[in-house]
Write a new protein. Structure first.
Length: 335
């Protein structure tokens, strides 16, 4: 079997409230890999159900992420857009890998500790095994590169360990490649607009904390106007942002949207007040986001079309995964 050297896999969870952090930290980075790589972009609905999801909302949110992929500029003809549950090999490989991964490895996962909170006994078994399903997502395509946010680095390391242990245990050196993380962009971490020390999050009770992919131009302008900052003018240098989380966040968002570094943004705006900077940032955000949110809305009005894209993607994804899964079955000794 020919092993790919430039196959990209990544996923976004359909848990609703898709926001600027998802766009700048993930989806936007997926777009740029299409020229150089063979890309699979997945809507990870099986990961979403590790915490309770209302079934009707799950379906709508799955379509929303698919629409965001397409609207952001991922070409579903040249590359593959699909939902995870449409390719049974993810779940099948995840089981095998559950038997390769060690409980001690999972016990070290910080995201599980954060998400499970104090009452760990009440978390689903799926939430605990989540990183192993993520490893299966990647390895079932023998993907070589994985664009992810900083917060997923630990999970990717686990995927590398699982790949290596499988190869060792079954004496199949190089069967699973070691997937490389691609951590990208100036604003891979977009913070809450109400508290620059917390990540922008779908579950923050304050709507003002995040810019969503459904926001109108007026919503975007209002949220940036109300964003938490301090009374000082913008600093001249990046070092001057230390201890000023709200300011740092807005400069980071501007830099990401303008494809500049923070230093370049501060060279331009250093010394100016937020009263001046915020409207410029709002205009830029609206200019960059409205074409995408407008296209998303158009796509969401035709769910039949989105479903057809996902089904077609799943057929093509299965064609890649099934032969690899068939080899796994042989390697493990399933007859
Ligand atoms: N865990 C990732 C997140 O929440 C989503 C994800 C699932 C993923 N499977 C993946 C990302 C495989 C990269 C590769 O952001």
């Amino acid at each position: 079997m020919n092993k790919p050297t430039n196959r990209v896999f990544s996923g976004v969870q359909p848990t609703g409230n898709l926001h600027l952090g998802n766009y700048l930290g993930a989806i936007r980075n997926f777009v740029g890999l299409q020229e150089s790589h063979e890309c699979l972009y997945c809507v990870v609905d099986m990961h979403a159900i590790t915490v309770w999801q209302d079934p009707a909302e799950l379906a709508a949110n799955t379509r929303e992420v698919a629409a965001a992929y397409i609207a952001a500029g991922i070409d579903p003809e040249k590359h593959i857009i699909f939902n995870q549950s449409g390719v049974p090999a993810h779940a099948e490989l995840a089981w095998v890998l559950n038997c390769v991964a060690r409980i001690g490895w999972l016990n070290r996962m910080t995201q599980f500790k954060d998400k499970a909170g104090k009452d760990r006994e009440k978390a689903s078994v799926g939430l605990y095994a989540y990183p192993v399903l993520m490893a299966a997502d990647i390895l079932v395509y023998q993907a070589t590169h994985v664009p992810v946010g900083e917060d997923q680095k630990q999970h990717l390391e686990l995927a590398r360990d699982v790949a290596q242990k499988f190869n060792n245990d079954f004496a199949v050196p190089d069967f699973f490649p070691q997937p490389e993380p691609l951590i990208m962009g100036a604003a891979t971490r977009v913070m809450s607009l109400r508290d620059g020390t917390k990540k922008m999050s779908k579950s923050d009770p304050s709507d003002l904390s995040r810019i969503t992919m459904k926001d109108s131009a007026e919503d975007i302008a209002k949220k940036i106007r109300k964003a938490q900052t301090d009374p000082d003018p913008l600093p001249e240098t990046v070092e001057g942002l230390a201890g000023r989380a709200g300011a740092d966040n807005l400069v980071g968002i501007y830099a990401a949207l303008a494809d500049k570094t923070k230093a370049e943004v501060l060279a331009e705006f250093g010394g100016r007040q937020f009263g001046e900077f915020k409207p410029v940032l709002a205009d830029l955000a609206i200019e960059r986001l409205s074409p995408i949110t407008g296209e998303m809305k158009r796509l969401m009005d035709d769910p039949g079309h989105i479903d057809a894209v996902l089904r077609n993607g799943a057929v093509r994804a299965r064609a890649i995964a099934d032969p690899i899964m068939a080899r796994v079955r042989e390697i493990v000794g399933f007859i």
